[in-house]
Design a protein around this ligand. Structure first.
Ligand SMILES: [Zn+2]
Length: 401
């Protein structure tokens, strides 16, 4: 982890309200030190180089849920039903990141439902957290590439609002404009289940992007809203890449050639994405990016996907979207197992045993320190590291936003 950002002055989520009076209080997970720190085996000199690289370059996580979960994960459903997700300010201030793509609705649930992607739930998820953001001045809601550069200049954290899928627009194209108006700058096509736009990765068949989906992609292009195909089916993903006038993101996934689950992308999709100028962010949610060489999920297995993707499409098209949160992510998957509908990768077998957490990529506070540490110890140059921790994403955003 990095020294605490000077711009962070100790604000905690909903600090403008009275806990227990204005909202239901929960004992929250620790943002720092909840699990043992990762030992990447760096020398003092290498650690100093990591700190220097993070000081001098823009680091962007392409996919996180930068929120704090209750310490007792058994309280998760009750906590989520209040709608008040707590932004992890303290942890973000130690992350070394410049910008974070934060995905609201946290993948599964909110106030009015526990297993849908409802429009009303989006209002709660976005509204509560943006209100809280407005009450402090370390993390701010970023809307432009200039905002990300300003965050670097001022030592603040740019938070980009994103959604994992567009299911909540139902069949109404104009809701994309409304989401853009609310400050949303990145959106997925389908989650694991199919929707009006196209197919999700867990569906048995994939008929590709629907006619409505094509119009939605066109509207996203016109608005300047970045498109994510992480959870889309393969045919749908290829259709989106082809139909979009600008590059698209795979914000959080891995290579199916390294680990054969439907949550990973086949070479054909990764190549097509890169050929049109896009970028793939490597995923680290528990039990996703495993590898034959590293059957227990950790930074090392994630980096096996990184090396593979760089070999496949080049260093200009790869980055990181670790998809972490502050709290027990494995417990989140257990709590909402039925909602994800792409559970294959989470099946423990003797060959790839379940882990309590992903060593090295457990939370947004530690991810980039450990990623850059790995790159430094594996002889990547400063220029290469600058590209894969944020430069590649900035290039795409310059086209898209
Ligand atoms: Zn996701």
């Amino acid at each position: 982890m990095q020294p605490q950002s000077a711009a962070y002055r100790g604000y905690e989520a909903y600090g403008y309200l009275e806990p227990g009076v204005d909202y239901v209080e929960f004992k929250l997970a620790e943002q720092i030190g909840r699990v043992p720190g990762y030992d990447g085996g760096l020398s003092a000199e290498q650690s100093e180089r990591v700190a220097k690289i993070l000081r001098e370059n823009i680091a962007i996580s392409l996919h996180e849920h930068a929120v704090v979960l209750p310490e007792d994960i058994g309280e998760l459903r009750r906590y989520n039903r209040t709608g008040r997700q707590r932004t992890g300010y303290e942890g973000l201030a130690r992350s070394g990141m410049t910008a974070v793509f934060d995905n609201f609705m946290a993948g599964a649930s909110c106030v009015t439902s526990e297993n849908g992607w409802k429009w009303s739930d989006m209002i709660y998820a976005l509204g509560f957290r943006l209100a809280d953001l407005a009450k402090q001045d370390y993390v701010f809601h970023a809307l432009t590439v200039a905002d990300i550069h300003a965050a670097k200049r001022d030592g603040r954290m740019a938070l980009v609002a994103g959604l994992e899928c567009a299911t909540m627009i139902e069949n109404e194209l104009d809701r994309l404009d409304i989401l853009y108006g609310f400050g949303l700058r990145q959106i997925g096509i389908a989650y694991s289940q199919a929707n009006q736009l196209g197919s999700g990765l867990s569906e048995p068949g994939d008929a590709g992007l629907t006619n409505f989906g094509r119009r939605a992609v066109e509207r996203m292009n016109k608005l300047g809203m970045a498109i994510d195909i992480s959870h889309s089916g393969d045919r749908t993903s290829l259709d989106v890449i082809e139909h979009s006038k600008v590059p698209v993101f795979i914000t959080h996934a891995g290579a199916r050639a390294v680990w054969p689950t439907d949550r990973m992308k086949p070479d054909e999709v990764i190549r097509a994405c890169a050929e049109r100028g896009g970028v793939i962010g490597l995923e680290a949610a528990p039990h996703t990016t495993l590898s034959p060489a590293h059957r227990e999920h950790s930074l090392e297995s994630v980096m096996d996907h990184f090396v593979y993707c760089v070999d496949l499409v080049g260093i200009d098209h790869v980055t990181f979207g670790p998809d972490t949160m502050f709290g027990d992510h494995v417990g989140v998957h257990t709590t909402y197992a039925g909602n994800y509908a792409h559970d294959r990768e989470r099946d423990a077998t003797p060959d790839h045993p379940r882990v309590p957490y992903v060593d090295g990529l457990e939370n947004p506070a530690e991810n980039f320190t450990n990623i850059v540490g790995w790159l430094v110890t594996h002889d990547y140059s400063d220029d290469e590291i600058a590209k894969v921790i944020g430069g590649n994403t900035l290039r795409v955003l310059d086209h898209v936003w």
